[in-house]
Write a protein that binds this ligand. Structure first.
Ligand code: GCW
Length: 685
């Protein structure tokens, strides 16, 4: 197509393997679409036609009913003459599908059958992926259903065109306080998202400023309708972030009190307007009483009052309220040692368990602080059995290198999803909490803050596309491994050359670990420059109001969050996690300084002292960053020059920058502790 932006993993390059091409061509001659009246099914058929044509070099015939000779039959279960195979029963079924080769007698036919039109669309992308990765399709019999009902992206886009914590250019949605006139890039975004199973999107920043507050008014709603029309064709429902103070700012009321009748009426009318324009509107995403945003606290009400008021307005239409739990005191005095930000979400929300309406979901960040390189899992997961919970991840690399450093986040997300909360005894993973399975909640899901902008390559760093891809795949199936996801992504993005596969896969899989090595040590977090959060500044947040301290002195470092002598945060976990973190001996090394304040001479499980660990990991991290650059450079003749050079430039910057991290952190701790590096490497005393 003519678009001058990258096609990411939807390249559909011609199949070069001759045998595979011959095999696929037999399947791909004809496409029969059962009852193609549905918009989403139309999309599925069009994507299949285009994808096959691009990869196989011939455009399939399209027919209404199968002529019986091979080809692909696409449709919705029940409307096709396929043999029933139930996709595994999971939450969010309805989006499931089956792909199978027809019995030998029918020779070379494929059935691609969704439980719904959306299921059929996901099935098409799955089939195209198998082909692009060169998989053998004979005897194929696969059945898929998503683990999570909601698989959602949050855009932190502002209408002035900026993106909060965006590292890939300007917004593809807005410019100069208006929607972009040409929405073709939004359409291509919808495609990318649908291809990995994303089914919901909130299109504006959770910090809702003056202009964005107008999105729910007649002034801007017609534009929201246009966007929703685009996403709908790809099975994605549109949500808006709303300003809790809208009744005052838009409605001319004196209050936004959720129990006030005129406030409730205001929201009911707004919601009515929205659904008249967008009958399948998803609902509201709300950041309230958080970092200066308005909320129910002003009126002496709690979060359940606030969320339920919106939920009541949305309920008649099936709309949802996604209420964020990122609530803490951001006016803390650093002298105050009794307040612990890590405790805040749990302390605020657990007393409200069971008080939220059925159509409310609480959206909880993966960790108790804020998307650091390493944090424990939030103890709020599993702590509210009678409440729908959702996980919030951050694809945009705010604290993980801002898409200038390579940091494949899928391994981090896997750790979160696999974490055993023990909420119902052993085997109570976060994945099962947020899908709703563990407690039989009505609703659940995973959301993530997007990492895209109008950069030609979408994500600033070409390899950061893998994080967007990986998020979608994991939200669909949290059991996929980080390696499987990497393989799929590389195969579709760069082709199947084994050298490229091996090198890029190793780079991706090592990258989070490498980034962790030269940044803040042992789970303590922060140590970044204030405001923009890029680059080292060990004391950058030490005397701030944000509750983000490491407490390094000449003896030691770390935050004492124990019950015995600290902030008692460890008690928020179920046994045995509470004891695991409480006790110095059992606390995992990588989280040591998150939970404990220890002397620099404290010995880790590796046998190293904390100070020596700090020095060693910094030196290793830089060497490994150099290895990333070398590994990539070795692929020069196997990749297109454009993407090769883009990534090489980023990796060069990463090496330079990793050195800066290394030297600042090492020097800082050498000066504090006075303890020399055992290996006498260069520390700038
Ligand atoms: O990570 C922090 C960011 C803020 C963000 C906030 C949040 C949207 O620094 O920019 O605001 O979290 O998640 O609400």
């Amino acid at each position: 197509d003519a678009a001058n932006w990258d096609r990411c993993w939807l390249r559909f390059n011609p199949i070069s393997d001759r045998d595979r091409l011959a095999e696929y061509r037999q399947w791909g001659q004809e496409i029969a679409v059962a009852d193609p009246a549905d918009d989403v099914l139309q999309t599925a058929a069009a994507e299949l036609m285009d994808g096959l044509e691009a990869m196989l070099g011939v455009r399939p015939r399209r027919s209404a009913a199968s002529t019986g000779k091979g080809g692909i039959r696409l449709g919705i279960r029940g409307q096709m003459d396929d043999r029933p195979i139930e996709p595994a029963a999971q939450a969010g079924s309805g989006d499931g599908y089956v792909i199978r080769s027809m019995p030998a007698a029918d020779e070379h036919g494929l059935i691609v059958s969704g439980q719904s039109a959306k299921g059929a669309l996901y099935a098409v992308y799955h089939l195209l992926r198998l082909m692009q990765c060169g998989e053998d399709l004979t005897g194929l019999m696969l059945s898929e259903a998503p683990s999570n009902e909601l698989r959602m992206l949050n855009q932190w886009d502002n209408m002035d065109g900026s993106i909060e914590r965006g590292y890939a250019g300007r917004s593809i949605f807005y410019r100069n306080n208006e929607f972009v006139p040409d929405m073709s890039r939004i359409r291509d975004y919808a495609r990318l998202l649908a291809s990995v199973g994303i089914n919901a999107i909130a299109i504006n920043n959770v910090n809702v400023h003056a202009v964005e507050s107008l999105l729910i008014t007649e002034k801007l709603l017609p534009d929201v309708v246009r966007v929703a029309d685009i996403f709908r064709r790809y099975g994605i429902s549109t949500f808006l972030s709303v300003n809790f103070a809208s009744p005052i700012q838009l409605g001319g009321l004196f209050s936004a009190d959720p129990l006030d009748e005129s406030v409730r009426r205001f929201w009911k009318e707004k919601v009515e307007d929205i659904y008249r324009a967008i009958p399948d509107f998803g609902g509201f995403l709300v950041k309230a009483d958080s970092e200066g945003r308005p909320g129910p606290f002003t009126y002496g009400r709690d979060h359940a009052d606030g969320a339920n008021m919106l939920a009541d307005a949305l309920a008649p239409y099936g709309g949802l309220v996604i209420w964020r739990c990122f609530v803490y005191n951001c006016q803390q005095d650093w002298r105050d040692r009794t307040t612990d930000r890590a405790r805040a979400a749990y302390d605020h929300f657990t007393p409200l368990d069971g008080k939220f309406r059925d159509n409310v979901l609480l959206q909880i960040k993966n960790g108790p602080m804020d998307f650091q390189v390493r944090e424990p899992v939030s103890p709020l997961f599993g702590a509210m059995p009678a409440t729908n919970q959702m996980l919030e991840l951050q694809i945009t690399q705010e604290y993980t290198g801002q898409q200038r450093h390579l940091c494949y986040l899928v391994p981090q997300w896997k750790e979160v999803l696999d974490f055993d909360t023990h909420a119902r005894g052993a085997g109570s993973s976060v994945a099962d909490v947020v899908s709703g399975r563990l407690f039989g909640n009505r609703r659940g899901g995973i959301a993530a803050v997007s990492n895209i902008g109008d950069a030609t390559n979408w994500t600033g760093h070409v390899l950061a596309q893998a994080n967007l891809y990986g998020f979608g795949r994991l939200a669909w199936n949290p059991r996929l491994t980080a390696e499987e996801i990497a393989n799929e992504w590389i195969g579709q993005t760069f082709g199947a050359d084994p050298d490229v596969m091996r090198a890029v896969r190793n780079m991706l899989l090592e990258s989070w670990n490498i980034y962790e090595k030269y940044t803040a040590p042992l789970g303590v977090g922060w140590m970044v420059n204030p405001d923009h959060h890029y680059g080292p500044n060990v004391d950058g947040y030490e005397y701030s109001r944000w509750g983000t301290y490491h407490f390094a002195d000449r003896h030691g470092i770390g935050v004492d969050r124990t019950v015995r002598t600290g902030t008692r945060y460890t008690a928020q976990y179920y046994a045995p996690n509470a004891e695991l973190y409480e006790n110095l001996e059992s606390c995992p090394d990588e989280l040591l300084l998150f939970f404990h304040h220890v002397p620099y001479t404290y010995r880790l499980k590796t046998g190293k002292t904390v100070i020596q660990h700090i020095y060693d990991t910094r030196f290793e991290g830089v060497l490994q960053a150099v290895e990333l650059l070398n590994a990539w450079s070795s692929l020069e003749h196997k990749l297109d020059a454009d993407r090769f050079e883009q990534v090489r430039d980023r990796l060069r910057e990463q090496v330079k920058h990793a050195r800066e991290w290394r030297d600042q952190v090492n020097t800082y701790f050498y000066r504090k502790s006075g303890i020399a590096d055992e290996h006498n490497r260069g520390i700038y005393a």
